[in-house]
Design a protein around this ligand. Structure first.
Ligand code: GLV
Ligand code: MN
Ligand code: MN
Length: 420
């Protein structure tokens, strides 16, 4: 049996080991279905095997480690799903995603060491496609498990023109076998994910752990501004149709609309911009922008997207450029199941001695897909200054230990609930 500190140290060591697997030597970049994703998945598979789990990689590239219920042979029997993702953003922090997978493995190791028998199986899921950096749409791994994968996703292409289908084949997955990977709702107890908060609430409150109420409504859009390329030295300012100058106005408009929605936790971000043809002496003719809009409720997010669309038309008309906005990915609010919120709150109270606060997740998670399969619950862990999607992401070893202990207690609460 380990102390909380030892659980934290073990978790930190594994987080660091995964963080060493990157496409680049000086920063953490581990995109979906890349060789580094495969190396990370293999390492996670080794850890799962060492924890006594029955391990396989599914057709969508998700590493799955099952601890069968007593007396049952894998993969039969009802199971609790615990997961998170091992892909990262570009220049990522080390905790976003891997922590949830590692905490699940360490929790099961510890449950075994404590000699605890559970009334259900537990499957740890190391998803690969949560960040959605490589392909335009995201959550294909968890959507496969939830049985809601849109087969047209297989035709998506990355920036190099490689299709999801080909990347999955190269990774060792099987595009033809995805449908068979779906869990049946009646075989599943629920889905639990442990994740860093990625925001400042817990740190400001001086609390290590929190319970998530829901995951925010999210939309991803692709904007294109088409103007007219021309000679930077000869075209007078009055007759230009500069796509980048128009795009700058578009970005400012998006910020203005988002600022007005603070009471709905509305946020909007342009994170990518591509300027064509891209030369210092050519007036930009075309600009491609990404747009990410999120809010605490679906109406606020959909309303903001409509306001942005309207504003784009006005900018286009005034500047003589054409601005289009295409919806790429949409997920409504994913509400956490009340019974899992209660189980997690009781588990955190058991671990820390204090009833935790509840908070909403502005960040997206695999629970947005898993909620279509089963009830979802999330444990948030305090992270330094709320920094995430940044190499400065940081969690103390003591908080890691508390997080793993709270996950163990959550599994035990769920077991008690089911026994009752
Ligand atoms: C993933 O971290 C997201 O919220 O986009
Ligand atoms: Mn994440
Ligand atoms: Mn993330």
């Amino acid at each position: 049996m380990s102390t909380t500190r030892e659980l934290g140290e073990r978790t930190q060591g594994m987080v660091d080991a995964l963080a060493a697997i990157s496409a680049e030597p000086d920063r953490l970049v581990r995109l979906f279905l890349t060789p580094e994703h495969r190396r990370a998945a293999d390492l996670v598979g080794e850890w799962m095997r060492a924890a006594g789990l029955t391990v396989r990689m599914d057709a969508a590239g998700t590493m799955r480690g099952l601890r069968p219920a007593p007396g049952e042979d894998a993969p039969a029997g009802k199971k609790l799903l615990i997961g998170s993702h091992i892909d990262t953003v570009i220049d990522a922090g080390r905790y976003d995603g891997p922590l949830g997978v590692i905490a699940g493995i360490v929790a099961l190791e510890e449950i075994r060491a404590r000699g605890i028998v559970l009334p259900f199986g537990v499957e740890i899921l190391a998803f690969g496609d949560e960040e959605g950096v490589r392909f335009p749409k995201t959550l294909s791994s968890s959507s496969t498990v939830a049985g809601i994968l849109d087969p047209s996703m297989l035709d998506m292409v990355d920036a190099d023109g490689i299709s999801f289908r080909d990347a999955l084949l190269a990774f060792g997955g099987d595009p033809e076998a995805l449908a068979a990977e779906a869990c049946r709702p009646r075989d599943v107890v629920g889905y639990v994910e442990l994740h860093i908060e990625q925001g400042p609430v817990l740190e400001q409150a001086g609390e290590p752990l929190g319970v998530v109420t829901a995951i925010a409504s999210q939309g991803r859009y692709r904007l294109t501004v088409k103007g007219e390329a021309g000679h930077a030295g000869t075209v007078p300012m009055a007759i230009r149709h500069d796509a980048l100058a128009a795009a700058a106005e578009v970005v400012a408009l998006i910020e203005e609309i988002a600022r007005k929605g603070a009471r709905h936790s509305l946020v909007a971000t342009v994170g990518e911009m591509r300027v064509l043809p891209g030369a210092s002496n050519v007036i930009p003719g075309e600009v491609h922008l990404s747009l990410d809009v999120r809010a605490a409720d679906d109406d606020a997010r959909i309303g903001a997207a409509a306001d942005i669309r309207q504003g784009l038309a006005a900018i286009g008309a005034r500047r003589g450029v054409v601005v289009t906005m295409e919806t790429v990915h949409e997920k409504p609010v994913a509400t956490c199941a009340p019974w899992l919120r209660e189980a997690i709150a009781a588990a955190i109270a058991e671990t820390t001695g204090a009833r935790p606060r509840e908070l909403m997740s502005g960040a997206g998670h695999d629970g947005q897909a898993m909620v279509k399969l089963t009830g979802i619950g999330m444990i948030f862990v305090r992270c330094h200054a709320g920094i995430s999607h940044n190499p400065l992401e940081f969690v103390t070893i003591d908080d890691l230990g508390l997080a793993v202990e709270a996950l163990i207690q959550t599994i035990l609460e769920i077991a008690r609930e089911r026994a009752g």
